[in-house]
Design a protein around this ligand. Sequence first.
Ligand code: BYC
Length: 333
Amino acid sequence: MYTQGLDIPAGDRAVPVADGARPEELRFQARIDADDKIEPRDWMPEGYRKTLVRQISQHAHSEYVGMLPEGNWITRAPSLRRKAVLLSKVQDEAGHALYLYSAAETLGTSRAEMNDQLLTGRAKYSSIFNYPTPTWADVGAIGWLVDGAAIMNQIPLCRCSYGPYARAMVRICREESFHQRQGFELMLALSRGTAEQKAMAQAALDRWWWPSLMMFGPNDANSPHSAQSTRWGIKRVSNDELRQKFVDVTVPQADYLGLKVPDPDLKWNKATGHYEFGAIDWSEFEQVIRGNGPCNVQRMAARRKAHDDGAWVREAAAAHAAKKRAALAEAAE
Ligand code: BYC
């Protein structure tokens, strides 16, 4: 259902560049407006490069840190089938991080530098991964809601102007679509189970609903990067439009599950053909992205530990590469 959006043609988003733009900037913007893909060796404004490195690396960090909340349940999955599914889903997230780090590296920033930015708190990752997963139902809620929200945001990124990012997103979206379905199927099993299981599914929906809406970022009026990113064809659909699409698709799914979306102001507006929903608590979002969410400290501690524990692997790989280089040089003499 979600990946059908991959085929939507680009909309009309031509916005004039600033007066006094240099000829190469005008040529660059003309290529963007003509829906040409920008490739790593092409000329690009420094701001475009910087914006992409910021967004793609933050996206990669989100996939990477995003393994932790669900990874927490791999050893406690309730059956062999659930364990195998969860294990491969979490491995997929690691793969997404790798595609994205590779895409960002084509812009001239090394993976080591991006990793350093994450570990020293200079780079963000998605707010959503700073929430806890106290029950098995949280694993279902993440697949259903978090992967569902992620796909909504990522489908338009498949048409983004930077070739390596757009191509990485196509594959990621296909996998996310499967992730969303497995989460929904897990929620369906719980909501058709015992009263206790259904209550567990409802409690997980209560915990993840509002943070999922925050994933799309600030309202358009408070989004400092949106105008320029739209002009550059990085952003194709605004934060608010994507959030609305997500609500419109997800509320009927909650109805099907027999669960209640925790929003007393939620109502269908027949005239607009959309759901109206209540106010988002942006102060909570601000707190989470400033490092004060429920699990920020824990998540970063886990990532730092993984980095430190992996030091011997990096050293061994470097020693092996040096040995290979030396052998090649010797053979060439
Ligand atoms: N969390 O001007 P705005 C997954 C920041 S993982 C934290 O609207 P922009 C998965 C924003 O960075 C997939 N920060 O910015 C993995 C900016 O701060 P800086 C996650 C946020 O970039 C495992 C400031 O707020 N998806 O699927 O135009 C298991 C102003 O915002 C957030 C992505 O990463 C947030 N939620 O638009 C399961 C999508 N929102 O950088 C699933 C890729 C905003 O100036 N990213 N900020 O310090 C994007 O599409 C865009 O960057 C955003 C924000 C729509 C998120």
